[in-house]
Design a protein around this ligand. Structure first.
Ligand code: VG1
Ligand code: CO
Length: 544
């Protein structure tokens, strides 16, 4: 195995966003592009000699090519072992679990998550540290800095590795182990939930279900767990085969993109439970017959019912949500008298709180929920949590949600996304909002008096690190909020996200359509940011 040092020149755009570096496949295919970034990561990690690295991705176009490149670079850079999912596949939560279980030094996850895949679409790469979670901003800033100064990368001459045969082989100084991507994860799920109860509920047809894997990574996981282990019919998992282009769809679990599921769930033939996950398996969409559960509500409901699940029967140490996520979970924390933390968008901010045992559950409005079982959000975990809940409570999804609102009130919530906005326009929207902040407090708009208007800045209570400019928030005296932020995961122009919420304590008013119930605040958001006026658009691209 001959180590080669290849001269290279820096690319100036390798700045990781909310969740790793995401670019068009064509960008990653430029000479040395992937290599530069991987070498920049390796150069920033300290001593990596003889350490173990986990490697896998969501199976999108360029996954296999990238894995072969990374194998050679890992060997040249002195790693002692690589643990790779068979076929180059690992869901994001499964990769997190494998890093933890086998005490690896870290992992590289190849995914652009919910972004579309294919030769003209997106690819991504993310480094996770030894706790199994995404590298903190301290790391990602170091990767970026290194990428701007890089002059060479290391690789070896080596035949491509057969990614499809399970087993270990020693090649020179590196051991390469190909593992089944599902079995460790399936075992972990069995240690958390009541699988016997789930089997009974499914075999007796008390629970009927449909899971849409969206032609992405969760197909093999869902088939093994829901069908093979829990006994659901094979038709219960649709779009189960991971495809390089996700069948030409966005592997983004919302009502717009998981339309097959959505149609069925709002029809007379709806099963009791329906769910979907995203490209890399860390997101979840939860639906029941004739109901869609907003992710913010789902987080609150899981927190309120966690004691019914075997792994959480002793209660929760605390909970956390990302800043734009609705305050529904805060109400649960207040009632149970446990702490509730508010973090910036992105899972990397939950890691320290989970490691320190300060929280057990956490989540984001963007279809992400998770717990201390791994250090990533986890789509199938959330699905099993809901199934376990339905089985224990013997209630439908709609009844569980309505019960929750009855008890805690409803935080009516929605998010509007304006995608691929020209970057200068998006930046000017944010700058102009920023300028308005000092003048907003005290202003009255209809029934709404502005209580505070600021830019969210987070201080990590464990390591003291500070993350600035994490979204503009406008809070009202009655607890309502409007939040504006620019996405950090897109690859074309800029995406403006507007998050809107209002609390409704009156149970008689709980069954309202969110868009109608929030109409006044939606108009006010436009008045403040003028996205429609400045872009000439009439509607958001996606409403969730
Ligand atoms: C989005 C979501 C954020 C999530 C991130 C990664 O980021 O809003 O909550 O953590 O995607 O999820 P942004 O910066 O585009 O708003 V995934 O499933 O792409 O790993
Ligand atoms: Co994802």
């Amino acid at each position: 195995m001959q180590i080669e040092t290849i001269p290279t020149t820096p690319y100036n755009d390798q700045n990781p966003g909310t969740s790793g570096l995401r670019k068009k496949v064509k960008v990653f295919q430029q000479p040395g592009y992937l290599e530069n970034f991987v070498q920049s990561i390796f150069d920033s990690l300290g001593d990596i000699s003889n350490k173990t690295l986990v490697l896998g991705g969501d199976g999108r176009y360029f996954n296999r090519v990238a894995i072969q490149i990374i194998i050679k670079m890992a060997a040249a850079n002195g790693f002692g072992e690589l643990i790779i999912g068979q076929g180059g596949l690992l869901s994001t939560p499964a990769a997190s679990n494998i890093i933890r279980k086998y005490q690896a030094f870290g992992g590289l996850i190849l995914s652009a998550s919910h972004n579309p895949g294919g030769p003209d679409e997106d690819f991504g790469i993310k480094y996770n540290v030894s706790n199994g979670g995404p590298a903190s901003e301290t790391y990602t800033e170091a990767f970026y800095k290194r990428s701007q100064a890089i002059t060479e990368y290391k690789t070896v001459t080596l035949q491509d590795i057969d990614l499809d045969s399970i087993g270990s082989q020693q090649i020179g100084t590196i051991k390469i182990t190909i593992i089944d991507p599902v079995s460790d994860y399936a075992e972990l799920m069995q240690s958390i939930f009541d699988f016997n109860l789930l089997k009974q509920s499914i075999s007796s047809n008390y629970i009927t279900l449909l899971f849409d894997a969206m032609s992405a990574i969760t197909g093999p996981y869902a088939k093994r767990i829901l069908v093979d282990i829990l006994g659901a019919s094979s038709e219960s998992v649709i779009n189960a085969e991971p495809l390089e282009d996700f069948g030409g769809h966005h592997p983004d679990p919302n009502l717009a993109h998981a339309h097959e599921l959505a149609e069925l769930m709002f029809s007379e033939k709806a099963p009791t439970f329906g769910a979907a996950s995203d490209g890399d398996g860390d997101r979840n969409m939860i639906t029941g017959s004739n109901i869609f559960v907003t992710p913010s509500d789902s987080l609150a409901i899981l927190a309120a019912n966690a004691h019914l699940i075997p792994a959480y029967s002793k209660g929760l140490s605390g909970v956390a949500r990302s800043m734009p996520t609705s305050q529904a979970v805060d109400r649960v924390a207040a009632k149970y008298n446990i702490p509730c933390y508010e973090t910036p968008t992105g899972w990397k901010f939950f890691g320290n709180l989970l490691d320190a045992g300060k929280i057990t559950l956490c989540g984001e409005e963007s279809f992400g929920t998770g717990s201390n079982h791994v250090r990533e959000k986890d789509g199938l975990w959330a699905v099993l949590f809901w199934l376990n809940l339905i089985a224990v409570r013997r209630q439908s999804v709609v009844d569980i949600v309505h019960d929750h609102w009855q008890k805690f009130g409803r935080d009516i919530y929605c998010r509007h996304d304006y995608e691929a906005v020209e970057t200068p326009i998006a930046n000017s929207i944010v700058e102009d909002l920023r300028k308005q902040l000092p003048t907003l407090p005290g202003q009255i708009f209809g029934e709404y008096t502005v209580k505070y208007a600021d830019e969210f800045c987070y201080e990590d209570s464990i390591d003291g690190s500070i993350s600035k400019n994490q979204g503009i928030r406008i809070g009202f005296e009655n607890g309502s909020r409007i939040v504006f932020r620019l996405s950090g995961t897109g690859t074309v122009g800029a995406t403006l996200r507007i998050y809107i919420e209002r609390f409704e304590p009156n149970a008689e008013k709980h069954n309202q359509d969110a868009q109608l119930a929030l109409a006044f605040l939606i108009d006010l958001a436009e008045q403040l940011c003028e996205v429609k006026k400045r872009t000439g658009r009439t509607e958001p691209d996606v409403i969730t």
